[in-house]
Ligand binder design. Sequence first.
Ligand code: ZN
Length: 358
Amino acid sequence: MNAPTRRSATTRSIRRLATLAAAVVLLPLAIAGVSAHGPDPVMNGGPFGQNQDLRFRWRAGSVPPAAIKTAIRSAATDATATRASKAGTFTYDSGGSNPIGYGVGATCGVNGLACFTRTVPTGFTMWLREQGHVFDWGTLKWCQAYATPPNGCYDAETVALDEFGHVEVLGHHGNYANDSDYLDAVVQTYSRTKPAAGWNMHTFGRCDIATLQLQYDMQSWSAKYSTCLDLATDLTLAASPSSISAGGTTKLTASLKVVDYASYVRLGGNPVAGRVVTLQRRAPGTTTWTTVGTMSAGPTSGTYVLNQSLQSDMEYRAVFSTPTNEGINGDTSATVRVYVGYCTAALRTADSLYAPCI
Ligand SMILES: [Zn+2]
């Protein structure tokens, strides 16, 4: 998290370039694949272990003042509570192996309000600059240093959350040119000061979460995928048995998964449970589908079942409509035909052979 500038547009552009150059110093770990919008880029070094227990202590000789301690601990709680994935957890522990320091000893780049190092799988370090630190643009004010925070202060909890995001694996979000998507991420190159929108963001944004989900996977198969993702799903359907006698019952089982593309990293092939999957049917030779109903949760994650009793052949398909509240796309299964035997002596089967009725 760097300090932005508050000067004329021309000067600001120049300063942004200068600050970007400084950011290379601030973040010596190269960032791969920075892209505009979309999930945050990934830092080199890869993710920590799933749900890795990352404990931090205050750096001896550089212990933050009480209000900053509280902000950092709150940021750790924010990171853990809003990661929506199996990303690492952050907990204060006086015996923790990962030091967080505050003050003039900070090893941050010249424009860094705060900075970090990460070494997978061992641990991390973090620093926050001291209240009153003089940058070339002005003097650092932490909002937590005031009973009534003045405009122009930086929220230490927000800045520390940016740093915890980096420690996890997140690079700075690539915003649109007009920053209209700024609130999609708290892990930002330029932090905002009070009262600009996002100055006190205390949760990971949806595009932070998207990368955490890709890199660490979901907490459960029924958990929602970040709307910053755009994942294809695959829905299959099978009937068992596929041939029944008139009046008999068959079980339709659908299976919903995230398509297993390499670019989906840990999310490819995931079963998708707890969603609404609908069964439709039509008589063979007709074109109009009729909704039978919503399928029930099946025996394994991501499966959905519905029994059907039939007097004549029927075609079925399962439908998963694209949700509006998460980043996976709908899919429709292939058509499955169920064959019904009319006689008492023979039963027609899928390959048109005849077999005795059961
Ligand atoms: Zn940052």
